[in-house]
Design a protein around this ligand. Structure first.
Ligand code: PRP
Length: 183
């Protein structure tokens, strides 16, 4: 593993801070249009979605409730372990509520599938899934989210919450990590 400076480790920036902000604003407007009169519960999937989640909440022009869940399936590696671990559950009951699951990325789709099953069992009024990024070639079409920021190719991306071994989350842009950094 080779962790140097972001300038050296990032092969290419694919979404700048400005492009991210513009897309988040559009998603916020879309969610407000769909659920604005329902006081939806926005569920942040820690830790990756944290930056997107906070920006998205600020772009919603309606009353919302905020809640946080923490799951992990990658650990310190570059590949999913295939097992999703629940680290922290929601604080509040979601029965009868309109829930929005907010993810940073859908890769294999395992995490979102797990979360939908987990939260559906609590009988919410509805579940809307949102992911900022979607590696659509890496998972079955049935795992596609209701709203997606950008569809991306199968590259290892970091920044704006996305990490490799907990590095790079705080980069303000999304970039492709050089393979020598994680192989
Ligand atoms: C990452 C990411 C998503 C999930 C997507 O989380 O934030 O939650 O993996 O991958 P999948 O579609 O293959 O399941 P991770 O388990 O690395 O935890 P983190 O958010 O704390 O980084």
């Amino acid at each position: 593993m080779l962790i140097r400076s972001a300038e050296q480790d990032i092969e290419r920036v694919i979404y700048t801070e400005k492009a991210i902000a513009a897309r988040v604003e559009e998603i916020g407007a879309e969610l407000t249009r769909r659920l604005g009169d329902k006081r939806p519960v926005l569920v942040c999937v820690l830790k990756g979605a944290s930056f997107f989640y906070i920006d998205l909440c600020r772009c919603m022009n309606c009353a919302i409730d905020m809640d946080f869940i923490s799951v992990s399936s990658y650990g310190a590696g570059a590949q999913s372990t295939g097992v999703v671990r629940l680290i922290k559950d929601l604080d509040n009951n979601i029965t009868g509520r309109d829930v929005v699951i907010v993810e940073d990325i859908i890769d294999s789709g395992l995490t979102m599938h797990y979360l939908k099953e987990l939260l559906s069992a609590r009988k919410p009024a509805s579940i809307t899934t949102v992911s900022f990024l979607d590696k659509s070639t890496c998972h079955d079409k049935s795992l596609k989210t209701d709203i997606c920021g950008f569809e991306i190719p199968d590259e290892f991306v970091v920044g704006y919450g996305l990490d490799y071994a907990n590095y790079y989350r705080n980069l303000p842009y999304i970039g492709i990590l050089r393979p020598e950094c994680y192989k």
